[in-house]
Write a protein that binds this ligand. Sequence first.
Ligand code: BCO
Length: 565
Amino acid sequence: IHKSFHSFHPAPRKLCCQSSSGVRVPKWNDHDTPEEFNFASYVLDYWAQMEKEGKRGSEIALWWMNSQGEEVKWSFRELTELTRRTANVFTQACGLQQGDYLALILPRVPEWWLVTVGCIRTGIVFMPGTTQLTDKDIMYRLQESKAKAIVTTDTLAPKVDSVASECPALKTKLLVSDHSCEGWLDFRSLIRSASPNHTCVKSKTSDPMVIFFTSGTTGFPKMAKHSHGLALRSCLSSSRKVLQLKTSDVLWCMSDPGWILAVVGCLFEPWAAGSTLFIHHLPQIDPKVIVQMLFKYPITQFLAAPGIYRMILQQKFANLRFPTLEHCSTGGEALLPEEHEQWRQQTGLSLHELYGQSETGLTCGVSQGMSIKLGSMGKAISPFDIQIIDDKGNILPPNTEGNIGIRMKPTRPAGLFICYENNPEKTAEVECGDFYNTRDRAIMDAEGYLWFLGRDDDIINASGYRIGPSEVENALTEHPAVAESAVVGSPDPKRGEVVKAFIVLTQEFLSHDKDQLTKELQQHVKSVTAPYKYPRKVEFVPELPKTITGKIKRNDLRKKEFGGM
Ligand code: BCO
């Protein structure tokens, strides 16, 4: 399946929601809540049919490449056929059924799209995870979800095998590799032999579709469960106005496949519009390669975390005037106004901010053509009604600081998560009057523009990763040098914020070399939890600030880091 079937000639661009052949992009009105919705049958099969009838140009659905020069170009018809085969692999070879859970831990390989769409066709609930997950993280996810299947690569297969015996629900292990592995089904050969005929399930819009694990202030990550409404949301007219993608657009979304940004930006957004999704599978993010790609390929839209724009700007390239690029967007963490200004000066293009969470998908943003207010993350994307609320769910007046709330009563809007799976307490905690409380602090001006101010809890946002301090503290505690630790965010010019650990050492490690110990502890955290969580800053302290009841005052430490004390 790693073969190109057609040569690719980008069609001329038109500034309307019609393809070059006049085909209308499927759109639903903002407040449409169809009883049934399935992205695969309603959207992808529609584009495939248009192709078959010769009513579309020769646009490609997925244009994938890697640094070894391998390339894949799939049309919507090919995508449809391959995902129907995948659906048959799941239901026939693997015996999975609608409602079963499947863990999906793949890097940016084409099979990621086959698995996600194959799950949507069959009603299997997929759970994306970053390839940085450790064996413990994988075990937690498999146990917590009672996943019946996992799809991963040969790099991660040994980690899965090391914990599989403790995950009794896990019945099927699918390997995406050119090599076989004992105990694992060979995904690529199963696809080749599977039937291309499959009837998509008639999923209700409210049926579960995907689960994202998201970090909280305390405890282990929660399972934010979404319905098919998340996919429907990308088809609603207001969502279509955000990026204004056309069938002739080529969108490069750089999100790691483990995040909601990938499911929205690398799947629903481009394909709801019938656009081409461009993916370059880089083993390591390299700004030089990104810039080369933007010069070499006819990419019209670029969506990446602020950290990636920052990396590019810091390289001081002589020329950033990209020949085909028309629209840039960014989300995952706050973007500094000066970074926006630099990008605009060097590329001639504005940066359009987007904001969302694993629970909410794209929530507000700066749409194409909307006037930009520097530092603002734009306006609510309908049907989300966003208000700034107090801790009782009362709506606050313009220009007043409060929490970002999304109205969920009397009607829960399409795209807002269903609940935290198996966790009614945490689900209830984020319900605040008629609103879902994002617990992100912001102000909204009289025109409805939002300004992000920070979290109202201890969650750290480092380079767009949401990190719960207790996950890092728990990892540190496993090391014999650590008597106690407190983890907070600390400012950083490259990553916005980084994880900082304040550590009280055990008696026997007090005399150890501190630089050496820092490296050892960082390495330790990288090995016991997903490496992006490791503390990039470490400070050894004789004691931690505590309340009278013995609770660590993380707020004091955070204020110290941000110069507020
Ligand atoms: O920086 P170090 O070299 O010390 O460590 C890095 C990696 O080398 C290391 N690592 C990775 N895999 C490893 C490993 N170490 C051991 N074993 C492994 N298997 O761990 C550290 C990971 O840090 P990183 O991921 O930040 O790496 P990097 O290359 O600096 O990447 C920078 C960014 C900007 C590309 C990255 O931070 C990033 O992708 N950030 C964006 C995250 C994102 O997309 N968030 C959006 C979430 S969805 C959302 O917010 C909703 C919006 C609608």
